[in-house]
Design a protein around this ligand. Structure first.
Ligand code: NAP
Ligand code: G4F
Length: 343
């Protein structure tokens, strides 16, 4: 019998890659999308199936993790073997602007799913999309499953709640509920306001002459950036392991935002030079400033120094990241240049 998966957050970056990964494995995939006044399914257009087809293996349902009735009804109707909770207001800076909504979706959303699992079928396996943002003001370096959390945003705090409620339901009701603690992962499908996509798109447009300047915030923040395709495979592996546990997924390599800019510029053969300090730091191309710093892009509290230690997943799950930062940049830049040339 084919396995059935249910993905909350199917229209997002990871939802799109995970859907394709599971379809390739022979799963029937159900996805939950939010009602929206404009089309929000662009990332899954290539796997969309006519709802009137008799034999479908990719089926979409309207729902929202802030709506407990809908969550319960969709799980009841789709009877999944595995649930992946990827649904979240996932932008850290935005979480400072809409903290209450972020908490409702990112903290209580997971509770609503877990509680439905306990009421409907305790055999359903559950994956919670945890984040390295939970480490926040990092207490050890690099960070692994034993590193204490110190979240620095409403987003991070909400994800810590989801982490612990997942463990609490696992221990209380003996369900197969797992946390992935994933470090930043990017791709051509990354949302346009996250820093990697913003840099890639901005520099491609500058090279093409259709944008004059790119405005950024904290250039010295460091991240452990991987490729989303590698990371969705880890989500699946986590649910195939014999026991429900919690797992750090990362590359173990760290770059600053400024280094990421330099790597993208180099790939595009843009010879940029940096001058100035702090808010006045700028990148120049042929004496023209093309990157400037704006205080509006700094966060009330930032996470400055993330680097993961995924030894546990490497040793036990035999997971390893196959795509390094150079591949990631090539993939993102080539996609962006294609978009520009196809307009
Ligand atoms: P993303 O591109 O922002 O996708 C988030 C998904 O959640 C979208 O499908 C979005 O729908 C949906 N969503 C938002 N609010 C919802 C709600 N109230 N009810 C139902 N669905 C809702 O994020 P991603 O990068 O794919 O990340 C997937 C998950 O992993 C998120 O939970 C994120 O917090 C977590 N995570 C991401 C990373 C990373 O580096 N990418 C690292 C660690 C953890 P719309 O398309 O309608 O907005
Ligand atoms: O790309 P970012 O917005 O990602 P951030 O905050 O690390 O969050 C992402 O990764 C988390 C995993 O650790 C996920 F849980 C979360 O859902 C999301 O996917 O920012 C990265 C860094 C930050 O320190 C930020 O201050 O880049 C810095 N930055 C500098 N200039 C900027 C900008 N970030 C954004 N978004 N835009 C800027 O102009």
């Amino acid at each position: 019998m084919k396995k059935t998966a249910l993905i909350f957050g199917v229209t997002g970056q990871d939802g799109s890659y995970l859907s394709k990964f599971l379809l390739n494995k022979g799963y029937v995939v159900h996805g939950v999308k939010r009602r929206s006044s404009s089309i929000n399914t662009i990332r899954i257009d290539d796997i969309y199936q006519d709802p009137f087809l008799k034999k479908k293996n990719f089926i979409l349902h309207y729902g929202d993790v802030t709506d407990g009735t809908a969550v319960f009804d969709i799980i009841k109707k789709t009877k999944p073997n595995e649930i992946y909770n990827l649904a979240a207001q996932s932008h850290v800076a935005v979480s400072f602007k809409i903290p209450e909504y972020t908490s409702n979706a990112d903290a209580l959303g997971s509770l609503r799913i877990l509680d439905s699992i306990v009421k409907l079928n305790k055999k359903i396996k559950f994956y919670q999309a945890g984040s390295s943002e939970m480490f926040g003001k990092v207490q050890t370096f690099p960070q692994n499953e034993k590193t204490p959390f110190y979240p620095r945003s409403p987003y991070g705090v909400s994800k810590v709640y989801s982490h612990w409620i997942t463990i609490n339901y696992r221990e209380s009701y003996k369900i197969f509920a797992c946390n992935g603690i994933l470090f930043n992962h990017e791709s051509p499908l990354r949302g346009e306001t996250f820093v990697t996509k913003k840099i890639v798109k901005g520099l491609c447009n500058i090279k093409n002459g259709t944008q004059k300047k790119l405005y950024l915030g904290n250039l010295y923040s460091k991240r452990d950036w991987g490729h989303a395709q590698d990371y969705v495979e880890a989500m699946w592996m986590i649910l195939q392991y014999s026991k429900p546990e919690d797992w750090v997924i990362s590359t173990g390599k760290q770059y600053s935002v400024k280094q990421f800019v330099n790597l993208v510029a180099k790939y595009l053969k843009l010879k940029i030079t940096w001058r100035g300090n702090g808010i006045n730091e700028k990148a120049f191309l042929n004496k023209r400033p093309i990157i400037e710093i704006k205080k509006e892009y700094f966060r009330p509290a930032d996470v400055e120094n993330l680097k993961g230690d995924a030894s546990k997943a490497k040793k036990i799950l035999k997971w390893k990241p196959l795509k390094d930062i150079n591949y990631l940049i090539k993939d993102m830049v080539e996609y962006e240049l294609n978009q520009i040339h196809n307009v």
